[in-house]
Design a protein around this ligand. Structure first.
Ligand SMILES: O=P(O)(O)OC[C@H]1O[C@](O)(COP(=O)(O)O)[C@@H](O)[C@@H]1O
Ligand SMILES: [Mg+2]
Ligand SMILES: [Mg+2]
Length: 321
């Protein structure tokens, strides 16, 4: 099986970008090890702190953030970083070619139940016109991503990555510590009978989303004429991994729970990297009427409604809007 570096070289990815991806993955291998050790490595449970977004930080959120941040700041190609767990961007090296954004630990509520969790990351070109400590480095649409990926800490540790070409899946070989190419090209079937949404939020959704889900629940007796199944991992990495593996639709729509926060998922380090992976696997990814990758960010921790997955099912969902 082909190793990650050999695959990226064959894909003509520039050497410095390959090295940067390697840096991120070195941190994720350390996270994977600690996750596997669970309670034995002291990573379970909460801290007493809240992050900038008002969420209680889990110990692993903090540890994963420190590990990735520490490794990135040692990499001279990195000009600036942004993380879910950091209020502001962190300046790297003035001459760095790249900027990196990441969700160090996605699916935090699954940490203590031994469920699926992961790290999501994305790499953009650094902007010459802004200094390393200028957050405007990150005002780039998702179309400009040079690489996007996630590492899923599941029963096996898998890396799903696109550097602009196909969305590829690698598996961490624990015997020698390298990622090996196990699915060269993930392809999302255009049709599906599986959806993922947190239905507990139903009463806060827009009417269009409520009507769409109502029709799915009618199964073969409703207008959709087929029976749907529902799956919800509570971690976007796990839910989107299922969609990339066997099709489906993943939704985190706009809701009215909190007026100051019309959506849950963050554009920069959750929606955009996942949207790139989904699009490059033949699926669609929308923030209501607009492809997620076309949304111009206006603030660092901006949130967007998310619908991604099987192309025909996304079209069906959008038709309700
Ligand atoms: O609490 P809910 O509605 O199930 O939210 C689950 C969603 O929140 C998230 O856990 C948010 O990510 P973090 O764990 O990085 O904060 C997503 O992974 C997931 O899809
Ligand atoms: Mg997350
Ligand atoms: Mg997180």
């Amino acid at each position: 099986m082909q190793r990650l570096i050999a695959t990226l070289k064959k894909d003509n990815v520039e050497l410095e970008l390959i090295m940067l991806i390697r840096t991120i993955l070195a941190a994720t291998k350390e996270i994977a090890f600690r996750v596997r050790q669970g309670a034995l490595s002291g990573v379970l449970g909460s801290t007493l702190d809240e992050n900038i977004q008002g969420e209680t930080q889990k110990k692993l959120d903090v540890i994963a953030n420190q590990l990735i941040k520490g490794m990135l700041l040692n990499d001279e190609t990195v000009k600036s970083i942004a993380s879910e767990e950091e209020e502001y961007t962190v300046a790297g090296h003035a001459k760095g070619k790249y900027i990196v954004a990441f969700d160090p630990l996605d699916g935090s509520s699954n940490i203590d139940i031994n469920g699926q969790i992961g790290t999501i990351f994305t790499i953009y070109p650094a902007l010459r016109e802004y200094s390393a400590d200028d957050a405007r480095q990150f005002t780039q649409s998702g179309r400009r991503q040079l690489a996007a990926g996630y590492v899923l800490y599941g029963p096996s540790t898998t890396l799903v990555l696109s550097t602009g070409g196909p969305t590829r899946c690698f598996t961490l070989d624990a015997t020698h510590g390298g990622f090996l190419l196990t699915t060269p090209e993930l392809t999302i079937e255009p049709n599906t009978q599986e959806f993922a949404v947190n239905q507990a939020n139903e009463r806060f959704w827009a009417l269009s989303t409520r009507n769409y889900i109502k029709d799915l629940l009618q199964g073969e007796e409703g207008v959709r004429g087929k029976r749907y199944n529902m799956r919800w991992n509570g971690a976007m990495v796990g839910d989107v991994h299922r969609v990339l593996s066997r099709g489906g639709i993943f939704l985190y729509p706009r809701d009215s729970r909190n007026v100051g926060q019309p959506a849950k998922l963050r554009l920069l380090y959750e929606a955009n990297p996942m949207a790139m992976l989904v699009e490059n696997a033949g699926g669609k990814a929308y923030a209501e009427r607009q492809p997620i990758l076309d949304v111009m960010p206006s603030e660092l921790h901006q949130r967007v409604p998310v619908a991604m997955g099987s192309a025909n099912e996304i079209d069906a969902y959008l038709a309700y809007e």
